[in-house]
Design a protein around this ligand. Sequence first.
Ligand code: UDP
Length: 342
Amino acid sequence: MTILVTGGAGYVGAHAVLALLDAGEQVVVLDDLSTGSRAAVPDGVPLVVGDVGDAALVSRTIADHRVDEIMHFAARIVVPESVADPLGYYEANTMKTRALLAASVAAGVRRLVFSSTAAVYGEPAGSTLTEDAPLVPINPYGRSKLMSEWMIADAARAHALGYVVLRYFNVAGADPKGRAGQSTPNATHLVKVACQAALGARPEVAIYGDDNPTRDGTCLRDYIQVSDLAEAHLSALRHLREGGDGAVFNCGYGRGASVHEVIEAVKRVSGVDFPVRRAERRAGDPASLVADTTRIRRVLGWSPRFADLHTIVAQALAWERSVSPDADGRTYARARIAASVN
Ligand code: UDP
């Protein structure tokens, strides 16, 4: 039995591959390397370079590797990009998930774990979000993922496919053993961006909006460490193998950090007081997204190992340094500065 990991050369997918290998599972990766990298796929793991929307390729991969379980990570994930290119997002996230589902159902795949997002909740009114909160996404990214959730649930019901949908809050950090991290070129995510600023790879960090109805005016997010998230995927698979029902789980820690707090944490851990400037709010950004994590803890028995912002930041910084050509980051800064400033 092999697990097909789509997007396994990307950030979360690569950490899931490591967690699966650590658990003794057999894995094949399908990735088009649009944002992922070949180097993120460990030696010995077969990598099929191609498109998850290519039904013939998916069918062949399932048959060749005797796949009967899938973790589907491959997606586009940048909110403002989805606002600028909605049709591209519906194609990448919704249509290609449909193609993957069709191929999976035709091949008799038994279990699917799907990467979804807290963006399906939109602009929530309450403080923390249970999985039963209203689903009113406010950007094409969230809508593209919510449509996929619905498709998966419908297909699962009709075709005896076991499924778990995991709604990620904000993923950050790196493998504690240093084997993987956030390598996406031109990444826009806050922890990564702030770490790059600390290492001199960016001149500054822009804070997108400080007039939100939050404790310091900047957006609150529930930052979950990437290996803890990878572990949630294994727990989801075990749940399905034990006959668990199709289900949706929030993946977060149940507490929010503001943009200011993240920046302060990066400054403290790095010891670098990089410049920060105020900027306009970003399109499609909700003020607060914090998970209620009762269900995942209760049903999957999942519990986090790295639920401390400073630990997450220290891992992210260590990873960022390790991909830097020299120890203090200066060469790195010169090489990357033009490419990575938004
Ligand atoms: N953010 C910011 N500056 C940056 C990147 C992000 O102020 O350079 C803010 C962003 O507006 C949001 C939060 O940080 O409120 C988290 O954004 P990120 O892109 O990391 O994840 P998202 O919540 O959009 O998935």
